[in-house]
Design a protein around this ligand. Structure first.
Ligand SMILES: *[C@@H]1O[C@H](CO)[C@@H](O)[C@H](O)[C@H]1NC(C)=O
Ligand SMILES: *[C@@H]1O[C@H](CO)[C@@H](O)[C@H](O)[C@H]1NC(C)=O
Length: 514
């Protein structure tokens, strides 16, 4: 009887107290901000969570969360700089190659971490679930084979072509722009050409270049007897993406793709006294200006910075600017600078009228949640696409930092601040986006526990994952049909020849008989 109970305990995979390993690689505050809540929430639900992260929460009250600090990998991203992301001259292909190269360095630096190494080399370490960030490289997915645990991929943004293909999402380049291309809505002929070429290139690049290199790194640290990384990636149990069908084009997705959203947004907290005084003493309202944690106001071209400063001087509002430098020479009277600001809480204040933003996903979500219309100055990656969508929704005005001038910036800010249509639109947009049965975080927790309960999602695997490409494109069917038509034409031609010949033979015979 006792043995039966032990067996029962072993084989009833219960999700109420599981062991979970989270590996979040990307050293960027904005990425980590939407991933942190997952490890935190899972630990609060009584699971034992180990999180490898460059931005640990370091909250001693989270007794079930152990964090392995990899903040030293920020150096890698500083070494590469963010400028290449911002460059509009560089092709999207070279940017993808650069992100993969950077990710190889992250992976090596994380696998080399002594505390982490002790975990993944110890055969006694058992996990019920691994949650690994997938920005574009699937290297960390190899842990699922090494530690014999189901794995969930999570992105603080959407997925790129390789990720969608691996989980079986239908991804035609005729309809869907890739997240690194800035096309939106129905693609024009020219955009479809570029989208198709990019699609073919990315399938080629992941297959022949990126995947073998990611695989080599996984083997180097996890052992040479791993299956090929691409096969491991196709066994991913679920994919958490920070997308929604309202701001992004609606697309068909397999059931294991789980949309998140508003992960890091929390109820507003009271403001620091000095900031509150600044906001409340502004007679005509406040413009809040921040370019986020990746772009940073200190990194943008001097010309753009001067232009912004001169424009701000002519506005009737107070400008609260998140400026990371020590001082801002020539700072106008109505501009207040701080190195760091509690953005979510500032945006919650009713006297803040406009948010001038680079349109990073996290900032956008905060603005929508706090119902603050935007003036968007996108710089990198997905920001341009997000900006276009916000303009379409009527909640923002878009400024191209390369061609803009003082008049345009000034008029845009005044328009968004004074025209009530922007506030009405963003109220409507927030209601639409948040009218759901569960929040993003609740969905993430539910799906994590679902994967734990069922030891993966084999029963939900889509046949689109395994189908060979020539079958998917119906090439064999088309070839067979063409072959049939060719044979048919050949047979008919042969028959006609035979009939005409026998007719003429008969005529000859008749002729002779006469
Ligand atoms: C830690 O986990 C245990 C069970 O595994 C649970 O009873 C406890 O409430 C958790 N503590 C916190 C602070 O989440
Ligand atoms: C993927 O999952 C299938 C079914 O569980 C298993 O047979 C196969 O070995 C797995 N492949 C890899 C590479 O882990």
């Amino acid at each position: 009887m006792k043995i039966l109970w032990v067996l029962f305990a072993l084989f009833s995979f219960r999700a109420d107290c599981a062991r979970i390993l989270c590996v979040f690689q990307m050293p960027a505050v904005s990425h980590q901000a939407s991933l942190q809540p997952i490890s935190r929430e899972l630990s609060l639900r009584g699971h034992e969570v180990i999180a490898v992260t460059p931005r640990p929460i370091k909250d001693p009250s989270l007794v079930n969360l152990t964090e392995i600090d990899t903040s030293y990998i920020y150096e890698i991203i500083h070494k590469h700089g963010f400028e290449f992301f911002m460059s509009k001259e560089l092709t999207v292909q070279s940017k993808i190659a650069k992100i993969f190269a950077m990710y190889e360095e992250f992976a090596e630096a994380i696998f080399s971490n002594e505390h982490f190494r002790r975990i993944y080399t110890d055969p006694n370490q058992k996990f019920d679930l691994i949650i690994a960030q997938i920005y574009i490289s699937p290297t960390m997915f190899a842990l699922s084979h090494k530690l014999n645990s189901p794995i969930i991929g999570v992105s603080s943004m959407g997925g790129w072509t390789g990720t969608h293909v691996a989980i079986g999402n239908h991804n035609p380049p005729s309809i869907y722009s890739e997240m690194f291309l800035h096309y939106n809505g129905e693609l024009t002929f020219y955009e479809r050409i570029k989208s198709t070429l990019y699609y073919v290139w990315s399938r080629w690049y992941i297959y022949w270049v990126a995947m073998p290199r990611c695989d080599a790194i996984a083997r180097k640290y996890l052992g040479p007897d791993l299956p090929y990384l691409a096969d491991i990636e196709r066994n991913v149990s679920a994919l958490f993406l920070n997308i929604n069908p309202i701001l992004y084009t609606v697309r068909p997705m397999v059931p294991t793709v789980v949309p998140l959203g508003f992960m890091h947004v929390r109820p507003a907290k009271p403001l620091p006294q000095d900031i509150q005084d600044e906001i409340e003493s502004a007679k005509n309202g406040v413009v809040y200006f921040s370019l986020g944690s990746n772009v940073k106001s200190v990194n943008i071209p001097q010309r753009v910075r001067d232009l912004l400063m001169n424009t701000f001087a002519e506005l009737p509002y107070k400008i609260i600017w998140k400026f990371e430098g020590e001082e801002l020479p020539g700072k106008p009277e109505n501009v207040v600078i701080r190195k760091w600001l509690p953005q979510q809480d500032i945006l919650a204040h009713p006297n803040v009228k406009v948010f001038v933003t680079q349109c990073g996903l996290q900032s956008t979500e905060e603005a929508i949640d706090r119902e603050k219309p935007m003036v968007a100055i996108p710089f990198i990656a997905d920001q341009e696409m997000d900006a276009k969508r916000l303009v379409e929704q009527g909640v923002a005005v878009w400024i191209d930092y390369e061609t803009t001038n003082k008049e345009e910036i000034k008029n845009s800010i005044i328009e968004v601040a004074e025209n009530p249509i922007y506030r009405q639109n963003i109220k409507r947009l927030r209601f639409l986006l948040q009218d759901q049965p569960m929040t993003g975080l609740e969905r993430a927790v539910w799906w994590s526990e679902y994967v734990i309960r069922h030891r993966g999602t084999k029963h939900l695997r889509s046949p689109t994952v395994d189908i060979e490409w020539h079958k998917y494109l119906l090439l064999d069917i088309i070839a067979a049909m063409l072959g049939f038509v060719v044979i048919l034409v050949f047979v008919i031609a042969k028959l006609i020849r035979m009939i005409t010949r026998s007719c003429s033979l008969q005529r000859n015979v008749k002729f002779k008989n006469r």
